[in-house]
Design a protein around this ligand. Sequence first.
Ligand code: AKB
Length: 351
Amino acid sequence: MRASSVLVTGANGEIGHGLLTRLAAEQRSIVTLDIAPLEPSLAGLVRREFTGSITDRGLLERILAEFEIDLVFHLAALLSTRAEFTPISAHQVNVDGTLNLLEFSHHEGESHGRPVVFVYPSSIAAYGLPDLETKMRARRVREDEWNAPTTMYGCNKLYCEHLGRYYARHYKQLAADPPAGRVDFRCVRFPGLISALTVPSGGTSDYAPEMIHAAARGQAYACFVRPDTRIPFMVMPDAIDALLRLASASRERLFRTAYNLTAFSPTADEICQVVTRAFPRASVQWNTDEKRQRIVDSWPADVDDSAARRDWAFAPRYDFAGAFEEYLIPTIRERYKSECQIPNPKSQVPK
Ligand code: AKB
């Protein structure tokens, strides 16, 4: 008999770290797929680790043969900045990889006879506002507004939302006997995410976590966006809660394919003020990268997440002040404790 498990792709990434810990705490049997071997701290949490690409269909078939997967968290992706440098690879990983995973989930559902819940993190990058003035006028953008992304990553995410909807509702609709929905696709559009434990790479919302982690380590940071830049953010524990909550929501309550999520929408300068108060050795310079700035300026300043709150009780625990006071500052202080210890001259006894 095949073992029933949760599959997490991109498990080594920022979201994967938090998610594996939570799933393991719930005693879930976890199978992972990542391009790199799992970090030792994560490897102990999982039942089986597969190292390889989501574009490798042979590998997906091996997983299918060995495990009975009921739930997929498909986290693997190339983020927005990285994807602009390698758009073809981004398309291969972000779109072809997702298509493979959807097809895998369909076959998995066929083989065990139950729909596979497929949880997909999309992003505010799925939006594309044409200019800053429109962005500032748009206020809290709803899911169906401004869906003309300007980045490869944003295009990939938006298209995969549609692919997921297709697999869930219209798959092979012209077949003589159309297969019943085997994939129960559920998707959130994450804002920028900030973790106290990991630093992202390859994203364009990275200025916030980079600034915070640099400040905690007493390192100078050159911020690549203007101080008045505003996009929505959320801290990692709330992001993990949201994924788990959406995964366990009852199907009948879900009226959308993709749900906006947010917790707070500070400017880069507001983030800078909080971190420089918390970490007096911090030093932040403003060194705008006009090209990356244009990407962030095409993302909404705020999103309307009322559908998620209504349909599956999304309720982030941390607002802006709480995120820093209760989660980021204490956890990051602890993380860099040894690096941040400044010798106290008074305690040094002269010889
Ligand atoms: C990125 O910056 O690419 C991501 C995102 C907003 O999805 N963090």
